[in-house]
Design a protein. Sequence first.
Length: 209
Amino acid sequence: MAERARLFALVPAAGGGRRFGGGEPKQYALLAGRAVLAWTLERLAAALSPLRIVVALAPPLLVIIWLCRSAAVGRLLDEIPAAWLVYPQAFRILMELILWQLYVAGAIPAIMTFEGRNVDILVGLTAPLIAWRCLAGRARAAVWWNVAGILILLNVVVHAQLSTPTFRVFITQPPVTFIAYVPWIWLPAFLVPLAWALHALSIRQLLRR
């Protein structure tokens, strides 16, 4: 079995900047508001970000598939109120506010927030209403709400992936690289799969009733 090649990068960044003539080392000189070194390291780091995201998403998605096919999980879903799988989706309000604060701070592009193409906050805002309808015995709309929630979150994931420097289908400033690193890696590694799992299990529960 062939071994996977390892890639090392050496970034010369120890010069004094005398030939540059800027009064400071050129690696720290500002280019479009950021240090030259920061631009260099971002490009290198971004080359790994799509792979990290795929690795982060794959295991949780396999777990979701198993949960949706498990007979034991099905029996458990028959015993719990439908609202229990809907109320927790309100956590997406907090996450969207955090993303918006990152955008305000210049750490992520607008496309990742509700000022851009991310409308995921609507799922969080409507979760209490849908949960209330479930408690009132009017859960028919909850199935379509869950489907919409899955697609809305998929839209966010696709836009994030296509805004990384590797793909650059969407040219953003800054490019999306933050989700490849701690603590933001937990977005694709845990919170996105959690939201999808709640939707998938809720759909399975509602269709069984």
